[in-house]
Ligand binder design. Structure first.
Ligand code: HEC
Ligand code: HEC
Length: 100
């Protein structure tokens, strides 16, 4: 393998590790129209689906406060979500268009 390619690969891998630490980033959630609540316009890919973890791995969400206030109790949210699982999501994010 060419040396330059090897170096590029190493940087790519390092980049992945760094990205994981930051978790998922869709920007400041409160900048949208409905705040924390999801709506079809802001959530076109996930709308109407109930298996949230398929696209939002539990270990990658609620890792960073992007509200700019620094007051979000992220640790409490993580703990609550771990205990309640998928049942917890609608409490803060609405029903996501899922029909019972
Ligand atoms: C098929 C994949 C998929 C599924 C399933 C899914 N989502 Fe999403 N979600 C996305 C994508 C992609 C985004 C980024 C915003 C966008 O472009 O739609 C997102 C963004 C979000 C956001 C951030 C919205 C914002 O305004 O920044 C929240 C909160 C969210 N999803 C919650 C959920 C919840 C809760 C569920 C389950 C009820 C769920 N998602 C299911 C793909 C999905
Ligand atoms: C106690 C309230 C609460 C519960 C329960 C909750 N969330 Fe969140 N969620 C938030 C808040 C607050 C944010 C905004 C974090 C930020 O970006 O500053 C958020 C942001 C998100 C985001 C955007 C990416 C990110 O990491 O910030 C996704 C995706 C998401 N939540 C998915 C879920 C899913 C899936 C569930 C259920 C398993 C869930 N949430 C349960 C409060 C909650």
């Amino acid at each position: 393998m060419k040396k330059s390619l090897l170096i590029a690969l190493i940087f790519l891998l390092l980049g992945c590790v760094g990205g994981d630490d930051e978790g998922q980033n869709f920007g400041n959630i409160f900048e949208g129209t409905d705040g924390l609540m999801l709506n079809q316009e802001e959530h076109p890919d996930g709308w109407g689906r109930s298996e949230c973890f398929a696209c939002h791995p539990i270990n990658e969400i609620h890792r960073e406060d992007r509200t700019g206030t620094g007051v979000l109790p992220l640790e409490d949210i993580q703990e609550f979500v771990e205990q309640e699982g998928l049942d917890s999501c609608p409490i803060c994010h609405g029903d996501n268009g899922v029909m019972e």
